[in-house]
Design a protein around this ligand. Structure first.
Ligand SMILES: Nc1ncnc2c1ncn2[C@@H]1O[C@H](COP(=O)(O)OP(=O)(O)OP(=O)(O)O)[C@@H](O)[C@H]1O
Ligand SMILES: CCCCCCCCCCCCC/C=C/[C@@H](O)[C@H](CO)NC(=O)CCCCC
Ligand SMILES: [Ca+2]
Length: 586
């Protein structure tokens, strides 16, 4: 195949002559009439060629085509380091070539296009795109139409675009509508939008496989459609932790070239309900921040900083029983100081472990049912006490606020999650813990913090606790708007589930004596609630006692994990000198 696709000739770029070579894997061009010392070879992996067009073509800021019959234009991925993030930013590179004849020009176009097809089997042809017009800074539509759609068009991808008109529309569409012909589903929005497509696709896949997804004993079927994220939300944690940068063009290019990154998913069960998480299942601090932030959506992304401060100042801790099933400690550890980067060896070994009879991704799904057969079931561990927060994350959960994330050494696709237990402690200690998320200091190197790599977790309230009640720690006062009134224990009358669910939608609960907004009561009255809520990737769960299970590599994203920015050191774009370090040009 290599020899079939090989093509070599002289080509011109502007008025300079180049020797261009297409081998099976790379398209390279080297300036000919230059002294050897100054010779530069630009080498683009065929898999990173975005498109090949006849004539002299430009795409951005606007498409223009000069239809000359001896020219062709190649578009490809170009990398550069990103200021604050650890990953690499991608942009569209473009080179216009001139040939001595039309016949040779057509030959180059044909060979390059054939090479593309041969070496990028996962490139999508047809995508279903959901845009949340209200996510983040409300720029979803603009981002898609100005930055992403022109790239998809260039790459020959046809997309069916749906601008959502309500929450859960994307999820419901994926659960019910015909998805024939689509290679992947893309969301333009934040983690909430991603969560919708995650739920839609996992649910749909289980329906079609005849599996009961809410049964925690069932091994779920991996989703056949890929997922893509064009970041346009507030936190964009899933994008940040899987690509390493928040940049719509970078994400669009990963989608176009058909990058494929498996991802662990945590199912969260309560009675017959199930929810999914890839980033954070968090109780205590992160649950309370979410509840508080929902009241301040109008602040946009800043709502989390404001709510974080309010919740921190409310100084709460919660009693609970946490049981967990440790993962094999010989495989990896949350404190081993490694980072899950593109091509991660821990994740690759996990693929072999989770899908033992699979040699290629094409037949991956059929062998999934055997994924737990080789796993020796360990012993459950149980701890009980008061916690500032309890967090379970399947990945690092890095984001702009916390560039290394909740668990810096967590892996995207190793079939495990990291359980972080922060025991009740002095407020200044807790602040230290939180503050370490913003730096490179080890947030686990604190005496009140534990981290465990796990396969499953169970949380329950201590026996005899009144679920959702208050603990009296002072005068029973509660603020309603600007007024301070006697606090009514609405929870014991209405039940905790109702209390929390109603507080989430901001409704007021009427009882015999007084009207209170329960969430205000939870935050400012001088009694402290005995239960928090669970934050599941930014969604509040309407239940407290949960069972969580990690499903290794249940879904696939159009990305390749985080490319190590430090590998670009002294790598000038396209220079062969930096062969060993540069990831763009071998
Ligand atoms: N048309 C719509 N109207 C109202 N809500 C919507 C609409 N489309 C989607 N949603 C909901 O909006 C919620 C938030 O959206 P999204 O995740 O895109 O942005 P965000 O919350 O600003 O970002 P992040 O989740 O990264 O913090 C999602 O949970 C989604 O269900
Ligand atoms: C003194 C300095 C204090 C600074 C504290 C910084 C701590 C940052 C940790 C960041 C953890 C992000 C976890 C990601 C969660 C997402 O799945 C979820 C959905 O977008 N976001 C939130 O719930 C939003 C939750 C936001 C929490 C802040
Ligand atoms: Ca994991």
């Amino acid at each position: 195949m290599e020899t079939d696709l090989r093509l070599e000739s002289s080509l011109w770029i502007g008025n300079k002559r180049y020797r261009a070579v297409l081998t099976g894997w790379h398209f390279k061009w080297t300036e000919v009439d230059k002294k050897n010392a100054g010779k530069k070879t630009v080498s683009v992996p065929v898999a990173e060629v975005v498109g090949v067009e006849e004539g002299r073509v430009e795409i951005l800021p606007q498409k223009s085509v000069e239809d000359t019959d001896k020219d062709f234009t190649v578009f490809y991925v170009k990398r550069r380091r990103s200021g604050g993030s650890c990953g690499l930013l991608w942009s569209l590179g473009r080179t216009q070539f001139s040939c001595p004849s039309r016949v040779l020009r057509d030959q180059w176009i044909k060979h390059l296009r054939t090479a593309l097809k041969t070496h990028s089997p996962l490139r999508p042809h047809r995508l279903l795109v959901f845009i949340n017009p209200f996510g983040g800074k409300k720029k979803g539509r603009e981002i898609y139409h100005s930055l992403v759609a022109p790239l998809f068009e260039l790459a020959g991808i046809s997309s069916h675009v749906i601008v959502t008109e309500r929450a859960n529309q994307a999820r419901d569409h994926l659960l019910k509508k015909d998805l024939t012909g689509f290679d992947g589903v893309v969301c333009v929005g934040g983690d909430g939008m991603f969560s919708e497509i995650l739920h839609g696709l996992i649910g749909r896949t289980q329906q079609e496989a005849g599996l009961c997804e809410s049964d925690p004993t069932v091994t779920l079927q991996p989703c056949p459609l890929h997922m893509g994220i064009i970041p346009a939300g507030s936190t964009d944690c899933v994008c940040y932790a899987t690509v390493g940068v928040i940049d719509p063009v970078t994400s669009a290019l990963h989608i176009i070239i058909g990058d494929s990154q498996p991802l662990d998913v945590c199912s969260v069960h309560h009675a017959s309900s199930v929810r999914y998480s890839v980033s954070l299942v968090g109780y205590g601090f992160y649950g309370d921040v979410l509840v508080e932030s929902e009241k301040h959506r109008w602040m946009g992304p800043l709502r989390y900083d404001y709510s974080g401060t309010v919740v921190y100042l409310s100084n709460r801790s919660y009693a609970g029983v946490v049981q967990y099933l440790p993962a094999d400690p010989l495989l990896s550890s949350p404190r081993d100081k490694t980072r899950c980067l593109s091509g991660c060896s821990v994740c690759s070994k996990s693929t072999e472990r989770l899908f033992p009879h699979t040699s290629d991704s094409g037949s991956l799904y059929s062998s999934h049912f055997s994924q737990y057969s080789n796993d020796s079931e360990g012993e459950w561990v149980s701890v009980e006490g008061r916690f500032r927060c309890i967090s379970l994350t399947c990945m690092s959960s890095s984001c702009a606020r916390s560039p290394l994330g909740l668990s810096p050494s967590a892996h995207l696709a190793d079939g495990t999650g990291d359980l972080i237990l922060v025991w009740d402690t002095h407020p200044l200690n807790f602040l230290k813990f939180l503050h370490r998320h913003t730096s490179t200091q080890d947030q686990f190197d604190l005496p009140f913090v534990e981290v465990h790599r796990v396969k499953a977790v169970r949380f329950s309230l201590p026996e005899g606790r009144e679920e959702g009640g208050h603990e009296e720690i002072g005068q029973l006062n509660c603020r309603i708007g600007d007024e301070e009134r006697e606090c009514v224990d609405t929870v014991s009358r209405n039940g905790s589930q109702q209390h929390l669910a109603q507080s989430v939608v901001g409704r007021e609960i009427m009882n015999e004596h007084k009207m209170v907004t329960p969430i205000l009561c939870g935050l400012c009255c001088k009694k402290t609630p005995t239960v928090s809520v669970w934050n599941c990737d930014g969604e509040i769960l309407p239940f407290t006692e949960i069972f969580c299970k990690i499903h290794g590599q249940l879904v696939r994203l159009y990305t390749r994990g985080i490319e190590d920015g430090s590998a670009m050191n002294s790598c000038s774009q396209g220079s062969d000198k930096s062969k060993s370090r540069c990831i763009l040009y071998e």
